[in-house]
Design a protein around this ligand. Sequence first.
Ligand code: ADP
Ligand code: MG
Length: 462
Amino acid sequence: MCESTNYTCHTEGACWTSVMLTNGKEEVIKSCISLLELKAQVYCHSSNNITRTECCHSDFCNNITLHLPAVSTRPSNFNHVELWVLVTIPICVLAIAIMLTAYTCQRRYCLYKRTRRQCNEEPLTDCNLDTDGKCLKDLIYDMSTSGSGSGLPLLVQRTIARTVIIQEVVGKGRYGEVWRGKWCGEDVAVKIFSSRDERSWFREAEIYQTVMLRHENILGFIAADNKDNGTWTQLWLVSEYHEQGSLYDYLNRTTLTIGGMMKLALSVVSGLAHLHMEIVGTRGKPAIAHRDLKSKNILVKKNETCAIADLGLAVKHDSITNTIDIPQNPRVGTKRYMAPELLDDSINMQHFESFKCADIYSLGLIYWEIARRCSVGGLVDEYQLPYYDMVPSDPSLDDMKRVVCDQKLRPNIPNQWQSFEALRVMGRIMRECWYANGKARLTALRIKKTISQLCVEEDFKL
Ligand code: ADP
Ligand code: MG
């Protein structure tokens, strides 16, 4: 028996109260069932946001008030707004975070690529990227005080070479043009070989990178690089730039004091003595002969001292096996400067010292060119090449051989040089460089000592 008003009953079976969300409002249903009906399935005690049911088994036990959880009783459109806010805000925040991260990464990547010269194809004119902010002097100093002492790492060489901006031609020689270039705001010299002369380029780069070759009187090598522009290959040697140009150019435009002459003479022979000297040990260097010494292959530095350049024909001596590192052709240098034993082919090529003696002969000629430009008592000779008065302007081997070997002539040593101690000593050195017998000539080390001593005696400050 049930109360018809609120559907609570006497029961042997079960009663329940159920509340359900219908059109945003709670709708309550109460009822009871008999023992017989109870055998069928009845779902009691369910609870979620839109329905809630409670069952019980005693009389009027469903006389209770049930409500849905608080949230479900609010108007439905409020729920949607809240849901929208809850979902949208985190998504927006996440999207902004992703965009910011992507932007930052992209900037960093671009910066990284710029340092690798890929982001910006313009040559870099500052020096703070791939080379850790170092300029040439720092890099070269590092190179000579650490590592193998044989030059910059190849990757650094390539990076430098590829960021040089070419400016103007400053010289022409056997193999191609020499340009002034800019790297890192500093001047550099770039010797450009055509791909036809690849072997010469390779050889010169190899010699410059001989362990411990670096010396203040030998041209400072910086980098070698081969650049393929799609049509042809350019082969570059980058070195320190000397704005005064070659000794030949310098002597043509300048006269010298005795002090100036001594300074040039001492610096050339210091470079040559270093080249000729073998240094034994792990950080040693082999003896090297230049084989093309002449005033056009010597550069004048800002401080009026010399640097020996153009090492393309140089040969190295392996003292352990007593061999020379490349097959020899005796007739490779500049004819005008060739020693008599090269001109008449009597040189003993098995003996490395022969090449050093031939260099000394050429050094004597260079000293003659220098000494003539020394102004003494207001007199100075015009610049001339050695043997200018004995052979034609582009002498053949025969022209040179006739004068040097057959007639045994040498450049003239003027009498007035005898009146000045420095010039007198220089004249004597020249004669001792020009002996027909190579073995009788002075060594570079001997000449260096003589000139150093003379400087002390004459009180020349070098
Ligand atoms: P090549 O092997 O073709 O004879 P060189 O190395 O002798 O080339 O250079 C030719 C000329 O270029 C030199 O005589 C000199 O006038 C100029 N030159 C070479 N190197 C430099 C340099 N580092 N700085 C300034 N001028 C240079
Ligand atoms: Mg040259």
